[in-house]
Ligand binder design. Structure first.
Ligand SMILES: Nc1ncnc2c1ncn2[C@@H]1O[C@H](COP(=O)(O)OP(=O)(O)O)[C@@H](O)[C@H]1O
Ligand SMILES: [Mg+2]
Length: 416
């Protein structure tokens, strides 16, 4: 009898990728690991209900899309991680404590080219009876305009924890600066140097040790933000983007994250890389959606079949040893970080697992993307996302991009 592994999906309002993931997980079949043992994977959507802290969950792994805003299931995730060794994509222990601000700090220490960034105190009084005394005694007055002048205009003002463009503004002068700060209210804000006139906006989605670096167009509407583009970075810059993304994830123990980098004059500036719930909608990723689903399935299957242990806490020592070594230049550091990331994700073993136990997955995903099941998932997502008069247009748009993926895959296979 194959050993069954249950993957829980903790979901919010999404239907597209969970339906897709469930469909390919169903097609996976019986897997044989390198030791000859056999395995099966099944999925189940997690429901929210009272739980006793002594309850034993049935899940081996949970893919979480909800706990970044819904705290009851977040506490359940923490319980199952601490008590039952359930593997989490992602763990709230890391996302709750390590928000965008911490990520900036860590990457700065690791020597990455994070733009100049200043954290300013709250605009509005903090809701605490001790605030008046504390602030009268310890809050130093500061000159917001002088800080902005040092960074130069335009600059960005954005919340220290970030996410979904909430509260982000691009500021061109002192007038906009003051009104944005007034509007920030109870949000804690960074001022950040703007990387203006960048050559490429690279957005990398990383799942376990797999990274897809995509060309991103933030000013386009959602359905057009990811361009289908290959070779838009030099091989060295492309490798740097992968290393930065995997470094962020391995350092913080994030499993499923997107990293935004602005590339200007050959320098890669990471600006946003703490996304607890990265966008994987089929209507955003289109051409890259099959890769994302396959990677999510491959990585979660690797974790459950090999019994990969999750660690709940960050171990900064090996990273800082590289960062603080005066003998190493930037390129040498990147090489050392990539090696640490490969070690963390067990990348060699993962690749071997993909080539043996999961060698049928590419073809299986290819067949599924060409199936009626996929088309009907795409159609119903389009109908839930757009008004009726746009359905036809978007079916042609996304159908065309997915068709392009299918023909690129067929061509790649024919030539290999
Ligand atoms: N330093 C910067 N230079 C240039 N553009 C920026 C900078 N910071 C943010 N942006 C722009 O603003 C968008 C939102 O900022 P980001 O830091 O990604 O916030 P969020 O976490 O809400 O996604 C980015 O995708 C980018 O287009
Ligand atoms: Mg962002």
């Amino acid at each position: 009898m194959p050993q069954n592994h249950l993957i829980g999906l903790l979901l919010g309002a999404e239907e597209d990728w969970p339906t897709a993931f469930e469909a390919i997980a169903r097609r996976l079949g019986v897997l044989t690991a390198s030791d000859g043992s056999t395995h099966e994977v099944s999925t189940e959507r997690v429901t929210i209900e009272p739980f006793n802290l002594r309850d034993v969950p049935r899940h081996d792994l949970v893919i979480d899309r909800l706990a970044y805003w819904y705290y009851h299931p977040r506490e359940w995730l923490k319980k199952v991680a601490l008590m039952d060794d359930v593997y989490l994509l992602n763990s709230p222990f890391t996302f709750q404590s390590m928000e965008k601000h911490s990520a900036y700090c860590a990457l700065l220490r690791l020597g990455m080219h994070v733009p100049e960034t200043v954290l300013v105190p709250y605009k509005n009084p903090v809701d605490n009876a001790r605030w008046a005394y504390t602030s009268a005694k310890y809050n130093r007055g500061f000159d917001l305009e002088a800080l902005a002048n040092e960074l130069g205009y335009p600059l960005f003002m954005k919340p220290f924890d970030g996410g979904g463009w909430r509260g982000v503004s691009r500021i061109r002068d002192a007038g906009e600066l003051n009104s944005a700060y007034d509007d920030s209210g109870e949000m804690l804000m960074h001022l950040q140097e703007s990387i203006d006139g960048y050559d490429v906006f690279a957005r990398a989605l990383t799942i376990g040790p797999e990274t897809m670096v995509m060309k991103f167009q933030p000013d386009e509407p959602m359905h057009n933000r990811y361009a289908v583009a290959h070779g838009f970075l030099s091989p060295e810059t492309g490798a740097e983007a992968v290393t930065i993304s995997q470094t962020v994830n391995a350092f913080f123990r994030w499993e499923f994250n997107s990293c935004e980098m602005l590339v200007k004059d050959g320098v890669v500036h990471p600006i946003d890389y703490a996304n607890a719930c990265p966008d994987v909608a089929v209507t955003s990723l289109h051409y890259y959606f099959p890769w994302a689903m396959a990677a999510l399935l491959r990585w979660s299957t690797f974790c459950v079949v090999t019994g990969r242990r999750a660690r709940t806490q960050v171990d900064t020592d090996p990273w800082f040893a590289v960062a603080d070594d005066p003998e190493l230049d930037y390129a040498a550091r990147l090489g050392a970080y990539q090696a640490l990331a490969d070690d963390h994700f067990d990348t060699d073993r993962y690749r071997e697992f993909c080539d043996t136990t999961l060698r049928h997955v590419d073809e299986m995903v290819y067949d599924w993307v060409g199936s009626d099941e996929f088309r009907s998932m795409l159609r119903s997502t389009i109908q839930q996302t757009y008004p009726p008069h746009e359905w036809e247009r978007f079916e042609a748009h996304f159908g065309g991009l997915v068709g392009l993926w299918l023909s690129d895959q067929a061509a790649a296979r024919a030539s290999s």
